[in-house]
Design a protein around this ligand. Sequence first.
Ligand code: BGC
Length: 370
Amino acid sequence: MRNFLGKSVAVGAIAMLALTACGSGRDGDSSSSGGDSGSTKGFAANSLIGVALPAKTSENWVLAGDLFTSGLKEAGFQSDVQYAGASTTVADQQAQITSMTTKGAKVIVIGATDAAQLSTQVAAAHAAGAKVIAYDRLILNTADLDYYVAFDNFKVGQLQGQALLDGMKKKKPNGPYTIELFAGSPDDNNAGVFFNGAMDVLKPEIDKGNVVVGSGQKDVKQVAIQGWKAEGAQARMDQLLTSTYGSKTLDGVLSPNDTLARAIIQSVKSAGKPVPVVTGQDSEVESVKSIMNGEQYMTINKDTRNLVKETINMVKSLQAGSDPQINDTKSYNNGTKVVPTYLLPPVAVTKDNAAEAYANDPTLGPLTKK
Ligand code: BGC
């Protein structure tokens, strides 16, 4: 595994800090055209659209595959929707993208399994005339990526950091608070952006001494969980409990998503300790239940239905020969170019607003009824 975490984080961080520093809104740029406008000519309405997704590391990816299959069909396209395998994910995804290119896909939508290892396949797709859209996760170091569509990842991190502070204050009005930090997989560009967003909120409190990282492990490289694996998070939490929390109380844990949050909670419970305030992301069924039971503190709602819908809208625009709608031309520098982006707003969800947040969700809504 190439270690490019520092690089991908730096890309996200610089782009995001620049945005914060200049004080412009996150979707302040409402330009409606992006990419190489002028060269877009459209293509046949029943063309093949490729969708290459990563391993099913969280429920959102499972749902995305189903929604792409049905949504592209409904829009009149042929589709080829593939997941990278659970173990050899990088090679799998590279081969899938190459095969989609060979089959003549006009657009290839990619949820990258490793942000830094797809530039060769993306270049070949582009050279064959396909447009390439990065879905949810940015693809690094390529000029051949046309668009990026995602929830605002930096905002996700900020919401998690703020909720962690709020949750701890609710339980215990005065600090200092002792926390631990976790981040997602180093090969996923989002992991660094989520972490930077959270640290944007937490670092000032850490610097003031209001919040203390018990283990002292504050660097994203020390706290990242390879492959977003629950086992990895549980093992790290087990270790932290043994090394640092013999008698000390753990008030909160920054967890980047729900899968890891549940593993962290499991570890703490197995050790017979009280469950701290734990953040999450994705609104997974088991985590929403846990929030309603007062265990996990919060999650983030990133409605996959909306993300897939926006992506299919981009495909439809490209088919018609027009420029897809974008709303951000600054935040995502992939190391080679600033990628024209469409960002959707994430929503923080605790027990307090769950019923409202999931009112239109047929699966999650019923879980929030008292
Ligand atoms: C997604 C998260 C998800 C994680 C693990 C990230 O790239 O943005 O929603 O929890 O991958 O699957």
